[in-house]
Design a protein. Sequence first.
Length: 366
Amino acid sequence: MRIFYGVQGTGNGHLTRARAMARALTRYPQVQVDWMFTGRERGDFFDMECFGAWQWRRGLSFATRAGRVRPLATLRQLSPGEFLRDVRELDLEGYDRVVSDFEPVTAWAARGQRRDCIGLGHQYALVPGVPRSRRHLVGSVVLRACAPVGTRIGLHWHHFGRPLLPPIVDDDARPAGVPARTSAREALVYLPFEDPERVIALLRAIPGWRFSMFGPGLPGEQRGNVTTHPVGRATFVAALERASHIVCNCGFELISEALCHGKRILAKPLAGQMEQVSNALALQALGYARIAQRLDPHLIGDFLALETTPPRSEWPDVAAAIAAWLVEGGEPLEAVSERLWRECAIARPRAGSDASDDSEALRVPA
């Protein structure tokens, strides 16, 4: 059996999910998986050993500055001729399954060759009935058109009464038995779309706390109470386990891992990015995180003072279930969804979760 698997690599969450799927698929020696990654320069990918001889295309991505999507800069960096050429030249003949983790070259090539493409990822969970921002009409259109697929496998923190699946959390980020002891007054910071110098200045203005801050291009150095790190999986997971509090954007995968460890979360959505704003709405509805539309020392300090017990979610091995479905088939996705949610052990939502300016009244089904 041959599987072609395309991954949108703009964010590290897609890579984390792909690594979990790669390990799950290795349990089937009769399966050959050909991986392709897009969304950043080839040299900016890291920890790629599990993907073998992976392919690269430029694909599509968005430009950001100071915590906000920049539409004009995004348009300027696009290479439509190269993208269309990559779509035309990607030959999917001979593959039994075609999978796109919101990867547009794969999705559009499959459509052009009249092949069913399986969409796997959080973006495919943003369907009617799931918390979504109603203020980003252009973003909604882009979300639907970027990587269109025939079969959708949407991942989310709650099913919201839809046939969604729980998050994929890789084995290296799962607590081993008893949750690891956290370090007193230590927080993990991952804000890759913000100005790092501004973030470091904010954190240094908060006394009595140590911060491990990760980001693309950051050097490994000490800046007062802030230790900066380049992005690396092993050091990141170690910092996640130590920290009691997490300060991050509203990316799906990191928050899924933080919930798995029972961490307190302060999440700032990337302004103008429909998925992240929608994630903020979902986190509020579920009571899983405090949401911030801006960052300042007082706001971060108030969050760090929280001592309430955070929610903790024990997700099942979703990667193994999807790999089995891809290889063996047979079970309807609706049945897979019902089975996996029954296996979840999820802390009940907290009453009175923190609201933001983007909050809406949302009813969360049981």
